[in-house]
Design a protein around this ligand. Structure first.
Ligand code: PMP
Length: 374
Protein backbone atom coordinates (compact mmCIF):
# COMPACT_ATOMS: atom_id res chain seq x y z
CA UNK A 1 0.00 0.00 0.00
CA UNK A 2 2.97 2.29 0.66
CA UNK A 3 1.07 4.48 3.14
CA UNK A 4 1.61 4.94 6.86
CA UNK A 5 -1.15 5.56 9.35
CA UNK A 6 -0.44 8.62 11.51
CA UNK A 7 1.06 8.10 14.97
CA UNK A 8 -0.61 9.12 18.24
CA UNK A 9 -1.63 12.78 17.88
CA UNK A 10 -0.71 13.61 21.52
CA UNK A 11 2.96 13.17 20.63
CA UNK A 12 2.91 15.66 17.76
CA UNK A 13 4.73 18.40 19.70
CA UNK A 14 6.80 16.11 21.93
CA UNK A 15 10.50 16.86 21.45
CA UNK A 16 12.81 13.88 22.06
CA UNK A 17 15.42 14.24 24.80
CA UNK A 18 18.43 15.55 22.97
CA UNK A 19 21.88 14.65 24.18
CA UNK A 20 24.24 16.13 21.59
CA UNK A 21 26.06 13.16 20.14
CA UNK A 22 29.01 15.06 18.74
CA UNK A 23 32.55 13.69 18.91
CA UNK A 24 34.72 16.32 20.54
CA UNK A 25 38.08 16.47 22.29
CA UNK A 26 36.66 17.89 25.52
CA UNK A 27 33.27 16.38 26.32
CA UNK A 28 31.66 18.31 29.18
CA UNK A 29 28.00 18.13 28.21
CA UNK A 30 26.39 15.10 29.87
CA UNK A 31 27.50 15.04 33.52
CA UNK A 32 29.47 11.85 32.97
CA UNK A 33 32.56 10.83 34.92
CA UNK A 34 35.63 12.04 33.00
CA UNK A 35 37.37 8.66 33.32
CA UNK A 36 36.45 5.06 32.54
CA UNK A 37 36.76 2.40 35.27
CA UNK A 38 39.91 2.35 37.44
CA UNK A 39 42.56 0.10 35.86
CA UNK A 40 42.60 -2.43 38.73
CA UNK A 41 38.88 -3.02 38.15
CA UNK A 42 39.35 -3.37 34.39
CA UNK A 43 42.02 -6.00 35.06
CA UNK A 44 39.65 -7.92 37.35
CA UNK A 45 36.89 -7.80 34.76
CA UNK A 46 39.23 -8.95 31.98
CA UNK A 47 40.42 -11.86 34.09
CA UNK A 48 36.88 -13.07 34.84
CA UNK A 49 35.36 -12.34 31.41
CA UNK A 50 35.84 -15.86 29.96
CA UNK A 51 33.49 -17.23 32.65
CA UNK A 52 30.67 -14.82 31.82
CA UNK A 53 27.56 -16.50 30.31
CA UNK A 54 26.58 -14.31 27.36
CA UNK A 55 24.08 -16.96 26.21
CA UNK A 56 21.75 -16.74 29.23
CA UNK A 57 18.92 -14.30 29.87
CA UNK A 58 19.62 -11.95 32.75
CA UNK A 59 18.21 -12.32 36.25
CA UNK A 60 15.07 -10.13 35.84
CA UNK A 61 15.47 -8.45 39.25
CA UNK A 62 19.30 -8.41 39.40
CA UNK A 63 19.28 -10.26 42.74
CA UNK A 64 22.98 -9.98 43.52
CA UNK A 65 23.18 -6.25 42.85
CA UNK A 66 19.89 -5.65 44.60
CA UNK A 67 21.12 -7.39 47.75
CA UNK A 68 24.43 -5.51 47.72
CA UNK A 69 22.66 -2.16 47.42
CA UNK A 70 20.06 -3.06 50.05
CA UNK A 71 22.74 -4.06 52.53
CA UNK A 72 24.80 -0.91 51.95
CA UNK A 73 21.68 1.18 52.62
CA UNK A 74 20.48 -0.78 55.65
CA UNK A 75 17.43 -2.07 53.77
CA UNK A 76 15.97 -5.37 52.51
CA UNK A 77 16.27 -6.54 48.89
CA UNK A 78 12.52 -5.89 48.53
CA UNK A 79 13.20 -2.17 49.03
CA UNK A 80 15.43 -1.99 45.96
CA UNK A 81 14.66 -1.99 42.26
CA UNK A 82 17.40 -1.94 39.64
CA UNK A 83 16.66 -0.17 36.36
CA UNK A 84 18.15 0.38 32.93
CA UNK A 85 19.54 3.67 34.13
CA UNK A 86 17.64 5.97 36.45
CA UNK A 87 15.75 7.01 33.31
CA UNK A 88 13.91 3.69 33.14
CA UNK A 89 12.82 4.01 36.76
CA UNK A 90 11.51 7.55 36.25
CA UNK A 91 9.51 6.27 33.28
CA UNK A 92 8.18 3.20 35.09
CA UNK A 93 7.16 5.29 38.11
CA UNK A 94 5.04 7.42 35.84
CA UNK A 95 3.56 4.31 34.19
CA UNK A 96 2.66 2.81 37.57
CA UNK A 97 1.66 5.94 39.54
CA UNK A 98 0.76 8.26 36.67
CA UNK A 99 -1.19 7.66 33.47
CA UNK A 100 -4.45 9.12 32.15
CA UNK A 101 -6.41 10.93 34.86
CA UNK A 102 -3.35 11.16 37.14
CA UNK A 103 -0.98 14.07 37.77
CA UNK A 104 2.75 14.59 38.33
CA UNK A 105 4.25 17.79 39.74
CA UNK A 106 7.78 19.00 38.99
CA UNK A 107 9.71 22.22 39.63
CA UNK A 108 11.32 23.65 36.50
CA UNK A 109 13.91 24.45 35.42
CA UNK A 110 14.80 20.84 36.17
CA UNK A 111 15.66 17.51 34.52
CA UNK A 112 13.61 17.42 31.32
CA UNK A 113 12.81 13.70 31.38
CA UNK A 114 10.18 14.18 34.09
CA UNK A 115 8.04 16.21 31.68
CA UNK A 116 8.81 14.04 28.65
CA UNK A 117 7.78 10.89 30.53
CA UNK A 118 4.61 12.60 31.74
CA UNK A 119 3.64 13.23 28.14
CA UNK A 120 4.61 9.72 27.02
CA UNK A 121 2.58 8.07 29.78
CA UNK A 122 -0.45 10.36 29.42
CA UNK A 123 0.10 11.83 32.90
CA UNK A 124 -1.01 15.45 33.44
CA UNK A 125 1.91 17.70 34.34
CA UNK A 126 1.75 20.50 36.90
CA UNK A 127 4.83 22.71 37.00
CA UNK A 128 5.65 24.97 39.95
CA UNK A 129 8.52 27.14 38.69
CA UNK A 130 11.55 27.74 40.89
CA UNK A 131 12.29 31.23 42.22
CA UNK A 132 14.81 33.52 40.51
CA UNK A 133 17.71 32.04 42.52
CA UNK A 134 16.56 28.54 41.43
CA UNK A 135 15.43 27.60 44.93
CA UNK A 136 12.09 25.79 45.19
CA UNK A 137 8.99 27.92 45.69
CA UNK A 138 8.19 25.92 48.82
CA UNK A 139 4.95 27.70 49.68
CA UNK A 140 3.60 27.31 46.16
CA UNK A 141 4.50 23.59 46.04
CA UNK A 142 2.93 22.87 49.44
CA UNK A 143 -0.17 24.81 48.55
CA UNK A 144 -0.56 23.09 45.15
CA UNK A 145 0.01 19.66 46.69
CA UNK A 146 -2.59 20.58 49.34
CA UNK A 147 -5.27 20.59 46.64
CA UNK A 148 -5.06 16.80 46.85
CA UNK A 149 -4.98 15.82 43.17
CA UNK A 150 -1.22 15.26 42.78
CA UNK A 151 -0.14 11.61 42.44
CA UNK A 152 3.64 12.05 42.05
CA UNK A 153 5.99 14.87 43.09
CA UNK A 154 9.49 14.86 41.59
CA UNK A 155 12.40 16.73 43.14
CA UNK A 156 15.83 16.55 41.55
CA UNK A 157 18.20 16.86 44.53
CA UNK A 158 20.69 18.36 43.71
CA UNK A 159 18.70 19.87 40.89
CA UNK A 160 19.91 19.26 37.36
CA UNK A 161 20.88 21.63 35.76
CA UNK A 162 20.92 24.39 38.42
CA UNK A 163 23.02 22.49 40.99
CA UNK A 164 21.42 23.38 44.34
CA UNK A 165 19.88 21.19 47.04
CA UNK A 166 16.34 21.46 48.36
CA UNK A 167 15.96 22.33 52.05
CA UNK A 168 15.69 19.10 53.98
CA UNK A 169 13.05 20.63 56.26
CA UNK A 170 10.94 21.42 53.20
CA UNK A 171 11.23 17.86 51.87
CA UNK A 172 10.15 16.47 55.24
CA UNK A 173 7.20 18.83 55.34
CA UNK A 174 6.27 17.85 51.79
CA UNK A 175 6.42 14.14 52.61
CA UNK A 176 4.08 14.68 55.54
CA UNK A 177 1.72 16.98 53.64
CA UNK A 178 0.74 14.50 50.93
CA UNK A 179 0.18 10.82 50.20
CA UNK A 180 1.53 11.37 46.69
CA UNK A 181 4.60 9.41 45.84
CA UNK A 182 7.55 11.79 46.36
CA UNK A 183 10.48 10.92 44.12
CA UNK A 184 13.70 12.47 45.40
CA UNK A 185 16.11 12.06 42.51
CA UNK A 186 19.57 11.68 44.05
CA UNK A 187 21.40 10.98 40.76
CA UNK A 188 24.27 13.17 42.06
CA UNK A 189 24.22 11.88 45.64
CA UNK A 190 27.87 10.80 45.67
CA UNK A 191 28.90 14.41 45.00
CA UNK A 192 26.43 16.13 47.35
CA UNK A 193 26.67 13.42 50.05
CA UNK A 194 23.17 14.41 50.97
CA UNK A 195 20.38 11.85 51.12
CA UNK A 196 16.81 11.51 52.31
CA UNK A 197 17.43 7.83 53.12
CA UNK A 198 17.05 8.39 56.93
CA UNK A 199 13.46 9.52 56.35
CA UNK A 200 12.28 6.33 54.62
CA UNK A 201 11.12 4.67 57.85
CA UNK A 202 8.71 7.50 58.70
CA UNK A 203 7.50 8.30 55.20
CA UNK A 204 6.24 5.43 53.10
CA UNK A 205 5.64 7.75 50.14
CA UNK A 206 9.38 8.51 49.81
CA UNK A 207 11.17 7.08 46.79
CA UNK A 208 14.88 7.69 46.25
CA UNK A 209 16.58 7.38 42.88
CA UNK A 210 20.32 6.85 42.35
CA UNK A 211 22.52 5.95 39.40
CA UNK A 212 25.83 4.34 38.46
CA UNK A 213 26.14 6.75 35.52
CA UNK A 214 27.92 9.60 37.32
CA UNK A 215 30.18 8.78 40.25
CA UNK A 216 30.75 5.15 39.17
CA UNK A 217 31.81 5.77 35.56
CA UNK A 218 29.08 3.51 34.11
CA UNK A 219 26.91 5.83 31.98
CA UNK A 220 27.54 3.51 29.03
CA UNK A 221 26.10 0.44 30.74
CA UNK A 222 22.80 1.90 32.00
CA UNK A 223 22.33 1.01 35.67
CA UNK A 224 20.20 2.97 38.10
CA UNK A 225 18.31 2.01 41.24
CA UNK A 226 15.43 3.00 43.41
CA UNK A 227 15.03 2.73 47.18
CA UNK A 228 11.39 2.54 48.22
CA UNK A 229 8.80 0.62 50.22
CA UNK A 230 8.30 -2.97 48.94
CA UNK A 231 4.75 -2.07 47.80
CA UNK A 232 6.15 0.57 45.46
CA UNK A 233 8.77 -1.84 44.13
CA UNK A 234 6.05 -4.48 43.50
CA UNK A 235 3.95 -2.04 41.49
CA UNK A 236 6.89 -1.20 39.28
CA UNK A 237 7.65 -4.89 38.75
CA UNK A 238 4.22 -5.12 37.10
CA UNK A 239 5.00 -2.58 34.39
CA UNK A 240 8.72 -2.93 33.74
CA UNK A 241 10.24 -4.90 30.87
CA UNK A 242 11.46 -8.15 32.48
CA UNK A 243 14.95 -8.11 30.98
CA UNK A 244 15.61 -4.40 30.75
CA UNK A 245 18.79 -4.62 32.81
CA UNK A 246 21.18 -6.80 30.86
CA UNK A 247 23.33 -9.47 32.47
CA UNK A 248 26.63 -7.83 31.57
CA UNK A 249 25.61 -4.51 33.14
CA UNK A 250 24.43 -6.35 36.28
CA UNK A 251 27.72 -8.20 36.52
CA UNK A 252 29.91 -5.13 36.07
CA UNK A 253 27.76 -3.00 38.39
CA UNK A 254 28.07 -5.62 41.16
CA UNK A 255 31.87 -5.60 40.79
CA UNK A 256 31.91 -1.79 40.80
CA UNK A 257 29.64 -1.55 43.83
CA UNK A 258 31.71 -4.05 45.83
CA UNK A 259 34.84 -2.08 44.98
CA UNK A 260 33.36 1.38 45.44
CA UNK A 261 36.19 2.66 47.68
CA UNK A 262 38.29 2.56 44.47
CA UNK A 263 36.21 5.54 43.24
CA UNK A 264 36.88 7.79 46.22
CA UNK A 265 40.00 9.36 44.78
CA UNK A 266 38.25 10.14 41.48
CA UNK A 267 35.35 11.69 43.39
CA UNK A 268 37.67 13.96 45.38
CA UNK A 269 39.33 15.02 42.11
CA UNK A 270 35.92 15.89 40.65
CA UNK A 271 35.06 18.00 43.71
CA UNK A 272 38.40 19.79 43.37
CA UNK A 273 37.68 20.24 39.65
CA UNK A 274 34.33 21.79 40.51
CA UNK A 275 36.16 24.37 42.69
CA UNK A 276 38.63 24.94 39.84
CA UNK A 277 35.76 25.64 37.42
CA UNK A 278 33.75 27.83 39.82
CA UNK A 279 36.83 29.83 40.74
CA UNK A 280 37.99 30.13 37.12
CA UNK A 281 34.57 31.22 35.86
CA UNK A 282 34.27 33.84 38.61
CA UNK A 283 37.50 35.42 37.37
CA UNK A 284 36.08 35.84 33.88
CA UNK A 285 34.42 39.17 33.27
CA UNK A 286 30.70 38.99 32.54
CA UNK A 287 29.90 35.59 34.01
CA UNK A 288 27.49 34.79 36.83
CA UNK A 289 28.20 31.40 38.44
CA UNK A 290 25.69 29.35 40.42
CA UNK A 291 26.68 27.21 43.43
CA UNK A 292 26.67 23.49 42.76
CA UNK A 293 26.50 20.36 44.91
CA UNK A 294 26.94 18.08 41.90
CA UNK A 295 29.52 17.37 39.16
CA UNK A 296 28.46 20.27 36.94
CA UNK A 297 28.28 24.05 37.15
CA UNK A 298 25.62 26.31 35.66
CA UNK A 299 26.64 29.80 34.62
CA UNK A 300 25.06 32.76 32.89
CA UNK A 301 26.57 35.14 30.39
CA UNK A 302 25.57 37.36 27.56
CA UNK A 303 25.71 35.68 24.15
CA UNK A 304 25.56 32.25 25.74
CA UNK A 305 24.62 30.41 22.57
CA UNK A 306 27.41 32.16 20.63
CA UNK A 307 29.85 31.10 23.35
CA UNK A 308 28.50 27.54 23.15
CA UNK A 309 29.00 27.51 19.37
CA UNK A 310 32.51 29.02 19.48
CA UNK A 311 33.62 26.56 22.17
CA UNK A 312 32.52 23.71 19.96
CA UNK A 313 33.73 24.99 16.59
CA UNK A 314 37.00 26.61 17.58
CA UNK A 315 38.09 24.67 20.66
CA UNK A 316 36.37 21.26 20.35
CA UNK A 317 34.81 21.80 23.79
CA UNK A 318 31.19 20.70 24.22
CA UNK A 319 29.07 22.03 27.09
CA UNK A 320 25.28 22.08 27.42
CA UNK A 321 23.30 25.01 26.07
CA UNK A 322 20.24 25.83 28.20
CA UNK A 323 19.88 29.37 26.94
CA UNK A 324 16.57 28.64 25.24
CA UNK A 325 15.06 26.85 28.25
CA UNK A 326 12.50 29.01 30.09
CA UNK A 327 14.08 30.38 33.28
CA UNK A 328 17.60 29.59 32.08
CA UNK A 329 18.05 32.37 29.53
CA UNK A 330 21.77 33.01 29.01
CA UNK A 331 22.77 29.82 30.83
CA UNK A 332 25.24 27.07 29.91
CA UNK A 333 26.10 24.04 32.01
CA UNK A 334 29.58 22.60 32.15
CA UNK A 335 30.33 19.13 33.53
CA UNK A 336 33.46 18.81 35.66
CA UNK A 337 36.13 17.00 33.64
CA UNK A 338 39.78 16.22 34.30
CA UNK A 339 41.91 19.15 35.55
CA UNK A 340 43.30 19.50 32.01
CA UNK A 341 39.81 19.49 30.43
CA UNK A 342 38.62 22.05 32.96
CA UNK A 343 41.61 24.25 32.13
CA UNK A 344 40.93 24.00 28.40
CA UNK A 345 37.29 24.92 28.95
CA UNK A 346 38.18 27.92 31.15
CA UNK A 347 40.84 29.24 28.81
CA UNK A 348 38.61 28.84 25.78
CA UNK A 349 35.69 30.58 27.53
CA UNK A 350 37.93 33.45 28.60
CA UNK A 351 39.30 33.83 25.06
CA UNK A 352 35.88 33.74 23.39
CA UNK A 353 34.34 36.26 25.77
CA UNK A 354 37.38 38.58 25.72
CA UNK A 355 37.48 38.67 21.93
CA UNK A 356 33.71 39.27 21.78
CA UNK A 357 34.13 42.12 24.26
CA UNK A 358 37.04 43.55 22.25
CA UNK A 359 34.86 43.37 19.14
CA UNK A 360 32.20 45.40 20.99
CA UNK A 361 29.56 42.66 21.04
CA UNK A 362 28.52 43.25 24.65
CA UNK A 363 25.60 45.56 25.11
CA UNK A 364 25.76 48.47 27.54
CA UNK A 365 22.22 48.21 28.84
CA UNK A 366 21.30 47.55 32.46
CA UNK A 367 21.18 43.78 32.05
CA UNK A 368 24.58 43.75 30.44
CA UNK A 369 26.04 45.79 33.27
CA UNK A 370 24.46 43.45 35.81
CA UNK A 371 25.84 40.35 34.10
CA UNK A 372 29.31 41.90 34.18
CA UNK A 373 29.35 42.60 37.90
CA UNK A 374 30.26 39.02 38.88
N1 PMP B 1 18.13 12.09 37.13
C1 PMP B 1 18.87 13.17 36.87
C2 PMP B 1 18.64 14.41 37.67
C3 PMP B 1 19.84 13.13 35.87
O1 PMP B 1 20.56 14.22 35.62
C4 PMP B 1 20.04 11.94 35.14
C5 PMP B 1 21.08 11.85 34.06
N2 PMP B 1 21.12 12.87 33.17
C6 PMP B 1 19.23 10.85 35.45
C7 PMP B 1 18.29 10.95 36.46
C8 PMP B 1 19.29 9.56 34.72
O2 PMP B 1 20.53 8.99 34.71
P1 PMP B 1 20.78 7.55 34.15
O3 PMP B 1 19.58 7.15 33.32
O4 PMP B 1 22.00 7.63 33.34
O5 PMP B 1 20.90 6.66 35.36
Amino acid sequence: MGALRSPRPEFKDLIPYSAKDVRVEVMLASNEHPASLPSELLAKIAERLPDFSFNRYPDPVATELRELIAEANGLEAGNVLIGNGGDEIIFNLQLAWGGPGRTVLDMPPTFSMYAIDAKATGTSLVQVPRLDDFSIDEKAVLSRVGEGDIDIVVVSNPNNPTGGLANESFLIELLGATDALVLVDEAYFEFSRHTMRPHMARHENLVILRTFSKAFSLAGLRIGYMLAQPDVVSELLKVRQPYSVDAFAQWIAAIVFRERPAFEQGLSEILRGRDQIMHGLRLIHGIEVFESEANYVLFRTEHASALWRDLLRNYSVLVRDFSRTPGLEGCLRVTVGTPEENRRFLEATDEVLSSRRAAGYFCKNADGAKASEH
